[in-house]
Design a protein around this ligand. Structure first.
Ligand code: 4AD
Length: 465
């Protein structure tokens, strides 16, 4: 029976596998040849640590094996699990070993030395075999699982919103177009414009930037929902925080206001952090030691401390009085830049902070206008190192004001007719937010670059794998 290395390693002192004969399968990390035997480190991705296999010369096929026992080769080994010399680690004494797939050590790109993350991006088909990318994959999986658990436990329905859309949720024009028209020979109308009646959807269509608008439809029918899917933004930002394709978690709550929204996001983030602390100890110790010293403490501290909540207007006052020499001097009405967010969260508050009530002119059309006529019930959650992790708001539920806002932002009312009708037929106060999943992983692991926390990053000039 094949068992995973994690099962063998996680048994503690009274290990269920000790003295038992099992089969393991995986890839060789390293081989050390001694006089009468070889040590083979086998990793199957189930845990950070590998299993040491002692391969004795007495194995009948040892002579043939030895030249193929190379880093990167896939093998199956069967043998008894025993205590290692130091009694701390379990190891296997192989009774049989089979090479499943050979690996040419001369050309295999993953050498024992440390590779840069930039280099590893060029071999995205092999990089999950490294310690760091393997650990990221397990943390990513744990965060996805914890996300579903959090919302499911609270009665939220998981709704699948479309990937192809004809409306721009954020109104920011950062859309990738989807078409079946021949772009080398576009059909034209009499007026010389592109004739979209010949296109697949008979109108311009795009990859979605957010599932929110459709999420609101379901929240207006089945109460609390969440989406968790890929979103796409054609913003040309070559930064460590932006991807062209990223995953977003978007809960939408019926009969809820901005305070419910803040309470929910704080509970959500603390829940998933605690989940990782409880269930991903080995990988988190690795990140804490090699990638981002202190990251464990940070998470631990956050889980036990209330988030700060501050209005945009107050935040601007703090920034104006900070005496910092910002590259973009701050003024009321401006969007907060990354440097401002980081000052607030890292220097001033020194804990996650939820900034609310932003000027209406810098926020999306769907956000609920406050009584002051100047601000909207928006909220951004800022965390150390990452800056903005979550964006959300209470939604505008008044038809006339929403129509006015669409017009003011130059968005065609016709495209949003169904969204407007939600305000006509049984409108409700509702609120929601979007968590950038990769920013969440980046925060939890302390990884520097967002491109290294998604298996196959898409950014300007890159869609190879
Ligand atoms: O603040 P954003 O644009 O909000 C929305 O899309 C809303 N529709 C969400 C909602 O209320 N349902 O994006 C939400 C989050 C950001 O806070 C950020 O973490 C992440 O999505 N994000 C990105 N992550 C990676 N690459 C990008 N280009 C991102 N743009 C936004």
């Amino acid at each position: 029976m094949r068992v995973k290395v994690k099962q063998i390693k996680s048994g503690g002192e009274k290990n269920a596998f000790l003295g038992k004969e099992v089969t393991v399968k995986g890839w060789i990390r390293t081989v050390r040849n001694q006089k009468t035997f070889s040590f083979v480190e086998l990793n199957d991705g189930s845990s950070l640590t590998s299993l040491q296999i002692v391969v004795d010369q007495k194995l009948p096929n040892y002579a043939e094996l030895i030249s193929d026992l190379n880093t990167g080769a896939s093998i199956a080994a069967t043998g008894k699990i025993v205590e290692g010399v130091d009694k701390k680690q379990l190891e296997m004494h192989a009774d049989s070993l089979e090479i499943i797939g050979k690996c040419d050590p001369e050309t295999y790109p993953l050498q024992k030395k440390r590779h840069s993350f930039e280099f590893l991006r060029t071999i995205a088909h092999l990089r999950p075999r490294t310690n760091t990318l393997g650990a990221v994959a397990r943390i990513r999986n744990a965060l996805a699982y914890a996300t579903h658990q959090f919302f499911q436990d609270r009665g939220f329905l998981y709704v699948h919103t479309p990937i192809i859309t004809t409306s721009d949720c954020e109104g920011a024009g950062q859309l990738f177009q989807v078409t079946t028209l021949n772009v080398d020979n576009l059909p034209k109308t009499k007026e010389g414009k592109i004739d979209y009646s010949k296109d697949f959807f008979q109108k311009p269509a795009y990859l979605t930037v957010s599932g929110q608008l459709e999420g609101e439809i379901y929240a207006s029918a089945v109460s609390d929902i969440y989406t968790f899917g890929p979103t796409f933004r054609a913003e040309n930002s070559n930064t460590a925080r932006h991807l062209a394709e990223f995953w977003m978690i978007e809960p939408e709550m019926a009969f809820a206001d901005i305070n419910d929204n803040m309470d929910n996001v704080e509970a959500y983030l603390k829940f998933v952090f605690q989940y990782v602390l409880d269930n991903c100890r080995e990988d988190m110790l690795f990140f804490n030691k090699y990638i981002s010293p202190g990251v464990l403490d940070t998470l631990q501290k956050i889980v036990g401390t209330p988030f700060e909540r501050a209005s945009y207007t107050y935040a601007v006052r703090i920034l104006e009085k900070s005496g910092e020499n910002f590259q973009f001097p701050i003024k009321w009405g401006m969007d907060l830049q990354s440097e401002h967010e980081r000052y607030l969260v890292e220097k001033f508050f020194d804990k996650p902070v939820i900034i609310t009530d932003y000027p209406k002119d810098i926020k999306a059309f769907y956000m609920k206008e406050n009584n002051d006529g100047k601000t909207v019930a928006a909220m951004d959650v800022l965390v150390p190192k990452v800056g903005e992790l979550v964006g959300g708001s209470q939604r505008e539920d008044r038809l006339d004001i929403l129509e006015e806002k669409l017009e003011r932002q130059g968005l065609p009312k016709d495209n949003y007719w169904w969204y407007l009708e939600l305000r006509k037929y049984g409108s409700i106060p509702h609120a929601g937010y979007g968590v950038g999943f990769e920013r969440l992983i980046r925060f939890v692991t302390g990884m520097e670059n967002i491109r290294d926390v998604i298996p196959f990053p898409r950014y300007p000039g890159s869609a190879e794998f």
